[in-house]
Design a protein around this ligand. Structure first.
Ligand SMILES: Cc1ncc(COP(=O)(O)O)c(C=O)c1O
Length: 385
């Protein structure tokens, strides 16, 4: 653990609790990006080497989520991947898109943009800080084409019951597209075991990489039945055929790619994934669980209202605040990096955080209790599993 922490120089200066926004920079990722610069200096334009690296990235992401490499597309953002996927769907036979109001906004934007193409977008409403499985059960029907589903809500840390919602969707013939951006890198992932049809995540948060890269899995049998209209030369069977008159989508999921891959980011992102795999994703999950439990226990003792439902904790714990932006600024004065969304103070943990970090934050919370929403202990207390 101490060795792992040492690889993140920022941790000697800051208590870093903002992996939900951007993972901390490790020496490994820095070295990966320097390797890219060196290759550029040394060789000028080593595109064969860079294309090899791009394929290595595909293999690393595939291994991370237990997919086949040909089931993974490398894209510039989660939005780019979902747009390509959405562009390939026909809304003629089924036209409903059912998504929760805890999705990241880009999901709403992309699916709402499909309305002129025939999509009927229905939002599943939340009650307080959760969305009930029963609400999906009521809205997903035989006219539903796809259920885009966030694994973990960026605003309040609510974890969606993926297996139950996937079963409801599949029983009615609908696909599930899991957005794992707020959770991947914090625990072992197996898209096959989860049985989702498509999956998207990006590199810059808990995967510890730089921005500019995301990856998308689409189950092979589905991918090859779809032809994206948001496309480009890297989505073709042979990008290097340079044939302007031929539209020939690549086999497998690579057909959802479009333009030149972000090579510098790929170098950095591979280093981030390797670092996590060396540490062990189960070890990451165990460490995060002990930290979130300690924070929740301590915040409960202080009577702080939690936005994160206690039975759905993951890496992100969100506390209800009367001035979340003000708290972020105050915490920054004490060297603590965290973030806010609306009335929530977001504290997110990764394997590089420690119980000392939690103790420090609890002390700051206690000192600034008037900026938090508090309630009698029995309504907030309870220990998370
Ligand atoms: C859950 C979730 N999905 C999607 C995104 C956005 O992804 P991108 O900017 O790569 O499209 C974010 C970014 O914070 C996110 O938290």
């Amino acid at each position: 653990m101490a060795d792992f922490r040492k690889r993140f120089p920022v941790l000697s200066e800051k208590i870093y609790l903002n992996s939900c926004s951007q993972g901390a920079l490790s020496q490994d990722v820095e070295e990966g990006m320097l390797e890219y610069l060196r290759s550029w200096h040394q060789h000028g334009s080593p595109w064969d080497l860079w294309v090899d690296q791009y394929e290595a990235g595909r293999r690393h992401f595939a291994e991370l989520i237990n997919a086949e490499p040909e089931e993974v597309a490398l894209v510039a953002s989660a939005s780019a991947g979902v747009n390509a996927f959405a562009s390939a769907l026909s809304f003629k036979q089924r036209n409903k898109v059912v998504l929760g109001e805890f999705e990241f906004p880009t999901m709403g934007h992309i699916w709402l943009a499909q309305r002129p193409r025939g999509a009927d977008v229905t939002f599943v409403g939340a009650e307080k800080n959760r969305i009930a499985v029963e609400a999906y059960d009521r809205l997903v029907d035989r006219n539903t084409l796809v259920v885009p589903l966030t694994h973990m809500c960026f605003m309040n840390g609510f974890r969606s019951p993926v297996a139950e919602i996937t079963k409801i969707a599949h029983d009615r013939g609908a696909m599930v597209l899991l957005d794992d951006y707020q959770d991947s890198g914090t625990r072992p992932i197996d898209v096959k075991a989860m049985q989702v049809d498509a999956y998207v995540s990006g590199t810059l948060k808990y995967l510890l990489g730089p921005p500019g890269l995301a990856f998308m899995y689409v189950r092979k049998s589905i991918a090859e039945s779809l032809v994206p209209t948001v496309t480009g030369w890297f989505g073709q069977r042979n990008p290097f055929a340079f044939d302007v008159k031929l539209f020939d989508p690549a086999p497998g999921t690579r057909r959802f790619e479009s333009g030149t891959p972000p090579i510098p980011t790929i170098y950095g992102a591979i280093a981030g994934v390797k670092l996590l795999q060396q540490y062990g994703l189960q070890n990451v999950a165990d460490q995060i669980r002990s930290l979130t439990n300690a924070l929740i226990r301590g915040a409960s003792e202080l009577g702080i209202q939690m936005k994160t439902p206690l039975d759905s904790v993951g890496p992100l714990v969100v506390l209800q605040s009367k001035d979340a932006d003000g708290l972020v600024r105050l915490f920054a004065e004490d060297g603590v990096v965290c973030s806010s969304r609306h009335d929530g103070l977001r504290i997110s943990f990764h394997a590089y955080n420690t119980l000392d970090d939690v103790k420090f934050v609890l002390r700051l919370l206690q000192q600034n209790l008037k900026m938090l929403v508090t309630a009698p202990a029995e309504t907030v207390a309870g220990s998370a599993s």
